[in-house]
Ligand binder design. Structure first.
Ligand code: AMP
Ligand code: ZN
Ligand code: FE
Ligand code: FE
Length: 280
């Protein structure tokens, strides 16, 4: 009998951060795409993990508990994924609550800057879009487009709220070193998310020095060329390889889940590494 290959999408958001998908919608989508496992990687929130596990156990889809943290260096924003974190740890949840508060304050600051730039918005419109999720730039972007003053996400980020643009407001206090250390302390495997978006490969050795274990080689925004480059970097530095769609439901237009998927054996490697980290 031939055994069918199992696949995982290792980068999925829920409406507990900036996806439009509820846990039910996430699982229904994963089922439809024929996935066997998905990692729930919300920005600064673990609230989607338990409900996805509940739905996933009914549908026969494994949920990998994860997180996506933001860190900054002077010239770039870095996203770090943490796989198989001890998401129920009290100190970790407390830390996330603090970050979520900083995200709220940041919305008011961004709206002040956007007002000066000629785009006036009621903060309630942004919070309504975020619902019960951690509020972020994707919600601000959606609200901006609803004003009719900006047409595309590209314009929103390139002209206003992208890193270093006039209405950009940071919220994270973490350096990459700190974010990696938080993930390790939570027993998770630290992985560099979508490295080609930051485009600063020269920092990778430094991150490895802090304890980075893996790199997201496969991602919706990675061209075949970028993929090949990161495959080589992973090999050179002996990093674990991961991949995921970074699906945000309909928040980025079309649904991306399943567009990028990796063989399940990569999940097993992550699991083994997480067990090692937990024993450190
Ligand atoms: P935040 O966590 O609030 O800083 O916002 C992060 C969200 O904004 C993620 O969903 C990113 O994919 C999105 N984002 C950040 N920069 C850009 C960009 N230049 N173009 C499109 N989306 C972006
Ligand atoms: Zn996001
Ligand atoms: Fe990201
Ligand atoms: Fe993401």
């Amino acid at each position: 009998m031939t055994q069918t290959m199992k696949y995982a999408d290792l980068h999925v958001h829920t409406f507990y951060s900036d996806s439009t998908f509820s846990p039910e919608a996430v699982i229904a989508c994963a089922k439809e795409k024929g996935l066997d496992a998905i990692a729930i990687c919300d920005h600064d929130s673990i609230d989607g993990i338990a409900p996805c596990q509940k739905e996933g156990s009914i549908a026969g889809i494994e949920i990998i508990p994860a997180i996506e943290l933001t860190a900054e260096k002077i010239d770039v924003e870095i996203h770090l994924l943490g796989y198989f974190i001890d998401w129920q740890a009290e100190w970790f949840q407390k830390l996330l609550t603090e970050i979520q508060k900083a995200r709220l304050d940041r919305v008011y600051e961004m709206l002040k800057k956007l007002k000066d730039a000629g785009i006036e918005m009621n903060p309630e419109n942004v919070f309504k879009l975020a619902g019960k999720g951690t509020v972020g730039r994707l919600h601000v972007a959606q609200a901006m487009i609803l004003t009719g003053k900006v047409r595309t996400f590209r314009d929103v980020f390139d002209k206003y709220i992208g890193f270093g643009k006039p209405c950009y407001v940071p919220y994270t206090k973490f350096s990459p070193k700190e974010a990696i250390e938080i993930i390790l302390k939570a027993g998770g495997v630290p992985v560099l998310a979508h490295p080609n978006i930051a485009g600063k490969d020269e920092y990778i050795p430094e991150f490895i020095g802090y304890g980075l274990r893996g790199i997201e080689v496969y991602h919706t925004d990675h061209s075949p060329r970028a993929r090949k480059r990161y495959e080589e970097i992973a090999k050179r530095y002996n990093l674990l390889v991961t991949g995921g769609s970074d699906c945000h439901g309909f928040a980025k237009g079309k649904v991306l889940m399943g567009g990028v998927k990796v063989p399940y054996e990569l999940v097993e490697k992550l699991k083994t590494e997480a067990e090692k980290i937990k024993k450190l």
